[in-house]
Design a protein around this ligand. Sequence first.
Ligand code: AMP
Length: 629
Amino acid sequence: MNTFQDLGLNEDLLHAITDLGFVNPSDVQSKAIPILLEKDTDLVALAQTGTGKTAAFGFPMLQKINIDSRTTQGLILSPTRELCLQITNEIKLYGKYCKGLNVVAVYGGSSITEQARDIQKGAQIIVATPGRMKDMISRRLVDISKIEYAVLDEADEMLNMGFYEDITDILSYSPEEKCTWLFSATMPKEVSTIAKKFMSNPVEITVGNKNESTTQVSHEYYLINSRDRYDALKRLADANPDIFSVVFCRTKRDTQKVAEQLIEDGYSAGALHGDLSQNQRDMVMNSFRKNQIQMLVATDVAARGIDVDDITHVINYQLPDEIETYTHRSGRTGRAGKTGVSMVIVSKSEVRKIKTIERIIKRDFIKKEIPEGMEICEKQLMSLANKIHNTEINHEIDKYLTNINELFADTSKDELIKKFFSVEFTRFYNYYKKSKNLNVSEGRSDDREERREGGRERSRDFGGSASDSTRYFINVGSKDGYDWMSLKDFLKDVLELGRDDVFKVEVKESFSFFNTENELKDKVLAFFTDFKHNDRFVNVEVSENRGGGGGGRRDDRSRGGRRDDKRGGDRRSAPRSDFGNRGDRRSDDASRPRRSGGDFKGPNRAARRSGSDSKPSESSIERPRRSRR
Ligand code: AMP
């Protein structure tokens, strides 16, 4: 293994590397840095996030640019604001001994004039998202006509997000003879096309195989009935008391609902999706970075650029539509030399997708069983026992010991231990003692059963109540030229609703059905009281097809009236997590002493995982239940 010195980096950079505590170059750094330092070449590097690729292009760029000049010489394009800021911070850290270095981040949602001002001070390197960069160029707030190095970071993500034209446009303002370095986790056709278009004879380096997942991550799947998906998620969280995870859902709506339900059930969770304001997203991300949120429930788009290295688990609550997205999801864990687990919760009808993913990522999945109740109780109990064992004694307690000793004068050590642990154990035990086994066998899928399960799951989306939504009748249908998509668009537009607010649109010949959340019912009905479209009154009524039924009469029959009251033992909210870590951050009641980090938010994660956390534990204090929403 080579060292950073071997790579040819200068003293300023080596000094920063020592400060950062990097001991050895990562694979992508060992491969890219010597090439980029030695010659002016284009480069295509296939590397996941978390492999150290920012330094792989950052160090050579810092070494090659002329810091004494105030001309912009390097441009780094990245898909998201978060990633843009992350790269900027990293480059600043790498270049902390490069005197006079000015790195400016350019991204939407923040003052363009301030960014322009920072650039005018003389930014040698600009890190930008494509949309804002294009805007700045068209307003002549930035000059990239003299750049020598352009980096397209997470190129596959940028193309996924529809930035192809912006990138083409931006690069047309840059000199032809510059070097272009493209970094991408996967190599879909579109990325090859862009590489061909913008580069000449690029050197290619690959860390792992194309589209392959990092070896730091193990992949597991859990086979369940769709209707048990949410309960399975809770069990996976309960069985991993120190979990610090991103839970991926397919839609914004599911993301919000799963997060809300987790919070309600006592977990420290937060939602991250595009319907939240930038401010809300920043707040959630800050809490997550500070380990104040244990389960971040996110959509794929919103999770792009999550720059947290300590994620222990990625949970695929639902598989992504595009299988390649799985690589990005699982790449959120196992970063910076750490190991991680990517879990997939699948129903029988989806299980064949696991094989497809295995082929793409060139890794095998391990089929695992959702832990049973008593297994979870044992895990939680032992986790607590370890924490207590490793807890440093707080001698403030000494003054109360006489009274406590008096109280327990007749209690033996054995009995005392049993009583102490029972306080917490009983909560989990009571919750899980009658819980059912959630696993299903992999045998041939019974189509009818699957359809029924699928229907049930869709009807409540994540295991919540089917009656969350209202089903409406509307007197337009296919003979008015609508199909489900155009009707959905029409409703969204006239009602000014978000993409996921109108769902289960079913178009018949002369009428149709659709659903919204219950809370939108008044708005929908009020809007359509006197609404004319193309000279015709459009009438909307609450449908007698079961409210929230998803699919109307057909679904009603298939559910056989079983609705959602048959969810088995896990239906109840899990006990609040004072037993383990979950819920440590629920003490948002200012009148109570806030847990100073709890067992979870230890001084560092290594200490927390090994149980050597010495923070005080409130684990035996019963707090009033509060929702953090
Ligand atoms: P990146 O893939 O650039 O997002 O890097 C992921 C994380 O790894 C960042 O927090 C970097 O600071 C860190 N990192 C980068 N290179 C090294 C290295 N050689 N040794 C240890 N950590 C590193």
